[in-house]
Design a protein around this ligand. Structure first.
Ligand code: S3P
Length: 436
């Protein structure tokens, strides 16, 4: 039995919405709290399958993690040398962030372990992390082609490296930095295109000496982490589906509460505004060291643009939502420099291009992007390829289309956005979950 949605066509979206906690921050909060000295409290923790998988992994590694209420974790840290050998393979589920960051964190331990994932994660490239980690002295075996599972051999003495990352990837940067915690000497990561800096910010918050600026991070091994409390902001990437839906559905006026606005995440805001979107930031504040604000989104007509390359990595998770905005815009939107989309939870360029084409939108696919020509589109069947962000993007598209969409293979939405359907209905989405 697989989950499906029937969605749209929609009515204006109105009211206020709290989206769940940030996935990137929730993963890292568990990881660092688990290897800190003392007890940390995490508020706003994302109750998604991905981040719960990370918490379960650290329980297997010997950290006690309590859940006094939904969205809260109390983590009893075991200290930088305190993790112990797991009795079974460590299951990262659908979560690339979990597998890649854990590869770094666990490659300097004294024990062997194995990282496994679901069918989608088992097809995702891991050489991008195993290669720099091997240069640090880690011994990690992969399946053919550098794919999971990862078998990490313990007892390797790691040494710091000065690494220039070939792909714009916060996961690669974070894997190297986390390995650097237990390495001898200095670890430096340089990036041509700066990526999200949550690992760096959170290491600093847990008291590890670290120097960082966009495109550069530098730390040394041999320190300890001090427990601290973490407040997780609402996930901009989860807000994105609603930002786009409210923009493209006439008559909408929707406010998303206290959304995280880390500048390495908000490329979509720049691009949508350049297309004509009306998005106001109200009551700017701070949450866990990141800027947050309420986002009031009102319907506005959009025009196609060439997406500036400078924004691509700052919106890497938002391209499925952007494709929907582009389909609703006047004229052509051109995306380039986004080949990374082919190795996400699905090949997102192919999944979005084929889904939109099936609805009558003209999309020309390129190796690293697509041209999307906006115009009215109808209903039909969509295969989300088990990709949470593809599924939610088409739920948003359905609200602006002229016919009903039947969106298949949506179960993985709970990896990042538990309760999506209920929250969407509460602000006016037409959507129903069915089991097929
Ligand atoms: C993430 C980094 C990005 C992003 C993913 C989360 C992170 O992946 O797509 O959803 O938390 O570091 P890449 O590092 O592969 O770009």
């Amino acid at each position: 039995m697989s989950a499906e949605w029937i969605a749209g066509p929609g009515a204006p979206l109105r009211g206020e919405l709290d989206v769940p906690g940030d996935k990137s921050v929730s993963h890292r909060a568990i990881m660092l709290a688990a290897i800190a000295d003392g007890v940390s409290r995490i508020d706003g923790f994302l109750e998604g399958e991905d981040t719960r998988a990370t918490a379960a992994v650290f329980s297997q590694l010997g950290a006690r993690i309590e859940t006094p209420e939904e969205g809260v974790r109390i983590v009893h840290g075991v200290g930088i040398d305190g993790l112990r050998a797991p009795k079974a393979a460590l299951d990262c589920g659908n979560a690339g962030t979990a597998m890649r960051l854990l590869a770094g964190l666990l490659s300097g331990q004294d024990f062997d372990c194995e990282l496994v994932g679901d069918a989608s994660l088992s097809k995702r490239p891991m050489r991008r992390v195993t290669e720099p980690l091997a240069r640090m002295g880690a011994r990690i075996d992969t399946a053919d082609g550098g794919l999971p599972p990862l078998r990490i051999r313990g007892g390797s003495a790691l040494r710091g490296i000065d690494y220039t990352s070939e792909v714009a990837s916060a996961q690669v940067k974070s894997a190297v930095l986390l390995a650097g915690l237990r390495a001898e000497g200095e670890t430096v990561v340089r990036e041509a295109q700066p990526t999200r800096d949550y690992t760096e910010r959170m290491l600093a918050a847990f008291g590890w000496p670290i120097e960082f600026a966009p495109g550069l991070a530098r730390l040394s091994g041999g320190h300890r982490l001090r427990a601290t409390d973490v407040a997780v902001p609402a996930d901009f990437s989860s807000a994105a589906f609603f930002i786009v839906a409210a923009t493209v559905v006439p008559g909408s006026d929707l406010t998303l509460k206290r959304v995280g606005l880390n500048p390495r995440r908000t490329g979509l805001l720049h691009v949508l505004r350049a297309m004509g979107a009306d998005i106001a930031e109200i009551g700017r504040g701070e949450c866990g060291g990141d800027p947050v604000a309420d986002l009031r989104v009102r319907h506005a007509p959009l025009r196609g643009i060439d997406v500036p390359l400078i924004h691509v990595s700052d919106m890497i998770d938002e391209f499925p939502a952007l494709f929907v905005a582009a389909a609703c815009a006047e004229g052509t939107t051109r995306v380039r420099g986004a080949a990374e989309l082919r190795v996400k939870e699905s090949d997102r360029l192919a999944a979005m291009a084929s889904g939109l084409t099936g609805l009558g939108v003209r999309v020309q696919e390129f190796a690293d992007g697509a041209d999307i020509q906006g115009g009215p589109f109808g209903g039909g069947r969509i295969d989300s390829h088990g990709d949470h962000r593809v599924a939610m993007s088409f739920a948003a598209a359905a609200q602006a289309g002229k016919g009903e969409l039947r969106i298949a293979d949506v179960a993985n939405v709970s990896t990042s956005f538990p309760g999506f359907v209920e929250k969407a209905i509460a602000v006016g989405f037409r959507i129903a979950a069915i089991s097929a």
